[in-house]
Design a protein around this ligand. Structure first.
Ligand code: NAP
Length: 281
């Protein structure tokens, strides 16, 4: 039997509609600032998506486009200026930064209440402590997609492939906070297939095209493919969709799965940040 396809586009659309309705009820306009340094074409595209998404739900956005030659202290001045503005509730520094700029320092200069990417050390520390305030967007979207299938977390075996600070680790922590029994795999995991085959919930975020095949999936599992690989100009995931869909119970496509949810979760985080700041948190 073929798996149900988890429609990330449709779930993202529902999420945007819910956010739009909530924004309309506020007595103020939530504001997002995106800082881009240099002219990396992919970054320019992502920033324009973010601004378009904001427009759709009624969130104010502004872009701060700094030249490639920007120094670390100029970048920090821009971030601190945005920290000080009460009408800006969320700040994003678009990565990667040009060589010579320290992204860790830049991210951690963001006021943690405005850290809508959830990437400051302080917000990640909150997540480790079990406090989910501003959580990274892709992991938050991953949880929403799993929940959309009706799958629960408590006592379930969840396997995450990939341990990056932006995706793998936060996804694992979010599932751990929901009482799943979590295994975190990486490039030194001796038998990836054996680990993956145990999973009721399998999240793959390795950036390796076709790493997970149908034979590595437990029948009926929920499979979330975070991976994005460009193959002959087309986007492909880390999961071999054709063989996986014959075994999994639910599976995300690439494109149209995690990607749209990541975008929607940025809007959700901006709304959460705006509400927290309005409440004086
Ligand atoms: P990353 O920082 O490169 O981390 C990749 C992780 O995968 C590492 O922990 C690495 O292990 C592990 N890995 C690599 N090859 C492996 C293998 N053969 N077996 C087991 N583990 C392996 O990547 P990332 O930022 O987490 O992103 C992962 C993927 O998700 C990428 O394709 C990225 O483009 C995509 N992504 C998608 C979205 C979205 O919105 N859809 C958002 C973010 C990222 P080690 O730690 O041992 O090196």
């Amino acid at each position: 039997m073929s798996a149900s396809i988890i429609d990330g586009k449709a779930i993202a659309q529902e999420t945007r509609e819910r956010i739009k309705a909530q924004v309309a009820e506020l007595t103020f306009l939530p504001g997002l600032a995106v800082v881009q340094v240099g002219d990396d074409p992919a970054s320019t595209r992502y920033v324009s998506h973010k601004q378009k998404d904001c427009e759709q739900v009624g969130i104010y956005s502004e872009k701060h486009h700094l030249p490639e030659t920007t120094s670390q202290s100029e970048l920090l001045d821009t971030i601190r200026g945005l920290n000080a503005r009460s009408e800006i509730h969320g700040i994003i520094v678009q990565l990667p930064l040009p060589n010579g700029l320290d992204s860790h320092v830049a991210i951690n200069a963001i006021d943690i209440r405005k850290d809508v990417d959830g990437c400051t050390t302080a917000n990640l520390g909150e997540l480790v402590s079990g406090n989910e305030r501003l959580v990274p967007c892709t992991p938050r979207g991953t949880i929403t997609l799993i929940q959309s299938t009706g799958m629960t977390f408590e006592g379930k075996k969840a396997v995450v492939i990939g341990r990056s600070i932006l995706v793998g680790k936060p996804v694992a922590l979010l599932m751990l906070n929901r009482h799943a029994v979590v295994t975190l795999c990486h490039s030194r995991t001796p038998d990836l297939g054996a680990e993956a085959r145990e999973a009721d919930i399998l999240v793959v975020a390795a950036g390796r095209r076709g790493l997970v095949t149908g034979g590595m999936i437990k029948p009926g599992a929920v499979v979330i493919d975070v991976g994005i690989n460009v193959v002959e100009g087309k986007l492909k995931g880390d999961v071999d969709f054709e063989s996986a869909k014959e075994v999994a119970g639910h599976i995300t496509p690439v494109p149209g799965g995690v990607g749209p949810m990541t975008r929607a979760m940025l809007l959700e985080n901006t709304l959460i940040a705006a509400k927290m700041q309005a409440a004086g948190d």
